[in-house]
Design a protein around this ligand. Structure first.
Ligand code: UGA
Length: 448
């Protein structure tokens, strides 16, 4: 039985799952979102997105109202409802190791398949070590009722926070890791809405149909490439600092070469978030297991370059205040790992705030959306409700997340608020001339 319009479940309603569930409902599918977290399911069912993602609230509410989108904590219900089950649970870094923790994948798969009695497709979307899809097949063989016909496919997700809905409705490409024609056919039916939207807009969505291992690797290699690109430009930043060159102009100049491209070449305090840092570490751990650790040694350099930039900001701040941060008041602008997000996971901004605090400074953080999450992770520092409040009395200001609000801050007005006009632009998002003209001592990363 291959239904024309498969009914979808989304197992795990975090960032990826909630966005996927809402977007697929928006495309006209009947979708059931499933999570073990009752509070989260309660909120979603009530029309509230539990994280900050522009535009998602409205789409959630609209699709709840049509009845196409529902949420539950009941895996048995999910098993009865779905033809296609998307696995969207988290794969965090294991404590005390670089590897990915697959316990949530296991729990989600087992909980759903043991209740499936007909035919169904389990589609992995979570970022996982290569080999996971094969292991999921084994789990199914062990836990599914005997008469159930369950297949596996791997379909990695490439969405960016802040553009999550857009990336889901209008993906650059789709990747299907499949073993059978039926699995491919089911995925085509599942994504027909995406194909139709593209056709209506005169676009094409390239689809790469491949094996499990390749599909799994596409995801981690894409994120590794992106992380490498950022660390490459940040390594150039280090060299520029020693040579008296300007990395922002260098990036612009090399980026005109289409083979290099100008995107993801913004030098600064480096990458963070729930994906790039943990993904490159887990990839290294998996390569070690596969006996090809040497192939990915460069990723440990990528990680180290990235972490060194955090210390560089702290050193610049110390230099500006005369050598030691002890007893100084420091304003930290930004806590989220990037603008338009309230996500502080592995955030360079918060890591710097922590280091500055540890150096004995009194730190006041302000982030337009991230204060609440930041306070949970770093309760030792103070939080301000506005940029001005954070900057009040500061000996040095650090800009660590490039929110529009900070880009457009007025250096003249801010000079009246601070105790000393010194600023470290950790994202190279300010105009140095403008700030220097207003009598600020300005330091960027990789800039003279
Ligand atoms: C990243 C990938 O871009 C997505 O394609 C992928 O699907 C996602 O991870 C995932 O695996 O789920 P995301 O974590 O939302 O998406 O954030 P990015 O926009 O990639 O930014 C990552 C970090 O790199 C941020 O801290 C950002 O400030 C930093 N960055 C980015 C730079 O420092 N310089 C740049 O030029 C670009």
């Amino acid at each position: 039985i291959t239904p024309q319009r498969p009914r979808l479940t989304v197992l795990g309603t975090g960032y990826l799952g909630a966005t996927h569930a809402v977007s697929m409902a928006e495309l006209g599918y009947d979708v059931l979102g499933v999570d073990v977290d009752e509070a989260k399911i309660g909120k979603l069912a009530d029309g509230q997105v539990p994280f900050h993602e522009p535009g998602l609230d409205e789409l959630l509410q609209r699709n709840l109202a049509t009845g196409r989108l529902r949420f539950t904590t009941d895996y048995a219900e999910a098993a009865r409802f779905g033809d296609v089950h998307f696995v969207c649970v988290g794969t965090p870094q294991k404590k005390g190791s670089l590897a990915a923790d697959l316990r949530y994948v296991e729990a989600a798969v087992v909980s759903v398949v043991k209740n499936i009695h007909g035919r169904a497709l389990i589609v992995g979307k979570s970022t996982v070590p290569v080999g996971t899809a094969e292991w999921v097949e084994e789990l199914i063989a062990k836990h599914a009722p005997e008469h159930a016909e369950i297949e596996v496919a791997w379909n990695p997700e490439f969405l960016r926070e802040g553009f999550a809905v857009e990336d889901t409705l209008r993906p650059d490409r789709l990747v299907f890791g499949v073993k059978t024609e039926w699995a491919k056919e089911m995925l085509d039916k599942t994504y027909r809405g995406v194909y139709e939207l593209a056709a209506a807009e005169d676009r094409e969505v390239p689809v790469v149909v491949t094996d499990f291992a390749t599909a799994e690797l596409v995801k981690v290699s894409a994120n590794s490439f992106l992380a490498t690109k950022i660390s490459f430009i940040n390594a150039m930043s280090e060299v520029c600092e020693a040579a008296g060159a300007d990395v922002t102009q260098l990036a612009r100049a090399i980026g005109y070469d289409l083979r290099i491209g100008n995107r993801f070449l913004r030098a600064g305090v480096g990458f963070g978030g729930g994906c790039l840092p943990k993904d490159i570490r887990a990839f290294r751990a998996r390569a070690e297991e596969l006996g090809v650790g040497a192939a990915l040694n460069f990723l440990s350099e990528v990680d180290e370059i990235n972490l060194r930039r955090r210390q560089r900001v702290v050193d610049l701040a110390a230099e500006l205040v005369g050598g030691s941060l002890a007893g100084k008041q420091v304003a930290v602008l930004g806590a989220a790992f990037k603008p338009n997000s309230d996500d502080v996971r592995d955030s360079p901004a918060l890591a710097v705030a922590r280091k500055v605090h540890d150096a004995g400074a009194s730190v006041v953080v302000y982030d337009p959306e991230g204060n609440e999450n930041a306070r949970r992770d770093l309760p030792e520092v103070s939080y301000a409700a506005s940029l001005d409040e954070a900057a009040k009395g500061a000996e040095v200001v650090l800009v660590l997340t490039e929110w529009e609000e900070f880009r457009h801050a007025d250096p003249v007005a801010l000079a009246d608020v601070v105790n000393a006009t010194r600023i470290v632009d950790g994202r190279n998002c300010l105009d140095p001339e403008l700030w220097r003209a207003a009598n600020w001592e300005y330091r960027g990363l990789g800039r003279p």
